[in-house]
Design a protein around this ligand. Structure first.
Ligand SMILES: C[S@@+](CC[C@H](N)C(=O)[O-])C[C@H]1O[C@@H](n2cnc3c(N)ncnc32)[C@H](O)[C@@H]1O
Length: 254
């Protein structure tokens, strides 16, 4: 099952994940808040919160976040604060009360969910007349040659039937979805200053690779170094990894 795959895939990679994953651009956060009319104190549920990267962006805006995450190891990395509460749960069955959220978000996570069940759950926990559902992804900018080669290393190794945000297949579910407005979309450049070592760490923390045998992980590591060497990046002190952040949002239509 995809959920099992991702839970075990991210388990064991939580440290590397926390070190090497990118933040989300402030403009994306601002657009989400504007689209849903969210003001300080509003309650936002972050599904698949991981190590809390996006939860903390929202908390910095004075919002109150419930960070829902099934993996205990990822959850343990979320720094709880006055504004962020962690919650063991799944997008499809959060265990949160009816009509308790002003908005629901999922950052680089929705493609892992059972969309039919998750959208019902989102509707259940949203307050009537509240914001809606915001979906973000940090995606590699594969228009850059070395990035496409680097991304391909994990893509080729992902388990069969493993969902990927790369192909955008998750989107079809929302086409003509009854009870919801059409998805709106915005894109933002999100370059990440990083180092060659962090690039390798980021690759090894992907769910496709975190779960492989030691020998297979080593093979992926060597392939990544060889991409970096071929493109003259391996010996650099700093490398810019170009990401594109996509933001999609929708509101209940009735
Ligand atoms: C790529 S990580 C994204 C984490 C974080 N939102 C971020 O932006 O860095 C995807 C997360 O979704 C979680 N996940 C997978 N299936 C899930 C489900 N059915 N319900 C909730 N979370 C799930 C995984 O455990 C993982 O922490």
């Amino acid at each position: 099952m995809a959920n099992e795959a991702v839970r075990h895939g991210f388990d064991g990679a939580a440290d590397a994940y926390a070190h090497s994953r990118p933040a989300y651009p402030d403009e994306a956060v601002a657009m989400l808040l504007r689209s849903f009319g969210l003001t300080p104190g509003a309650h936002v549920v972050d599904l698949g919160a991981g190590t809390g990267i996006f939860s903390h962006h929202l908390a910095a805006q004075g919002l109150t976040i419930t960070a829902v995450e099934p993996s205990a190891e990822m959850r343990a990395k979320i720094i709880a604060s006055d504004h962020v509460t962690t919650h063991a749960g799944q997008a499809e069955s959060t265990g949160l009360p009816d009509r308790s959220a002003d908005a629901v978000v999922a950052a680089t996570a929705w493609h892992w969910f059972d969309a039919e069940r998750a959208i019902k759950e989102v509707r259940r926990i949203l307050k009537p007349g509240a914001g809606g559902l915001g979906l973000l992804w940090n995606l590699y900018d594969e228009s850059v040659a070395w990035v496409a080669e680097y991304a391909d290393i994990s893509y080729r190794r992902r388990p069969a039937n493993s969902p990927s945000a790369r192909d955008g297949d998750w989107r079809a579910f929302f086409d003509g979805l009854s009870g919801w407005e059409p998805l709106q979309e915005a894109r933002f450049d999100n370059p990440q200053d990083t180092t060659p070592d962090r690039l390798i760490e980021r690759l090894l923390s992907s769910s496709a690779i975190a779960n492989l045998s030691t020998a297979e992980r080593e093979d992926a590591r060597q392939e990544a170094w060889s991409v970096l060497r071929r493109h003259g990046l391996a010996a650099r002190a700093q490398v810019v990894l170009p990401y594109v952040t996509t933001l999609h949002w929708t509101k209940p239509s009735g």
